[in-house]
Design a protein around this ligand. Sequence first.
Ligand code: DQA
Length: 139
Amino acid sequence: MKLIIINGPNLNLLGKREPEVYGTQTFEDYLLLLRGKFQEIDLEYYQSNIEGELIDKIQEVGFTYDGIILNAAAYTHTSVGIGDAIKAITTPVVEVHISNTFSREEFRHRSYVSPGAKGVILGFGLRSYDLAILSFLKE
Ligand code: DQA
């Protein structure tokens, strides 16, 4: 099974960015643990701070991979382009957020990703990504 985690803007700063909200672990460290835990999965990782690059990556993998785990970060709440890209592809997308966006500011309650997503997992810290991977595995 080939999955990709796509992270949007500012998630490259995990570990030092607002640790009270996003924790103290870097994504690179967490990814090592994830890959160790799910060795049967070919797990790719991509991060960009640029909206168009995220859309390019979604298009690139979106017809061949088995799943996309997408944390579009702030673009979740603003990007019609990312929402349209998800609807244009055939690979299922699971939307992920580290924080519970519904317990935060009102502008974070809206998602342009959710309407095209297979499901949404949020609020479990980095474990949200674990849970998203599990959602692709057969029981
Ligand atoms: C986030 C939530 C977004 O509202 C925020 O802009 C992020 C991270 C999360 O994972 O909790 O950058 O997607």
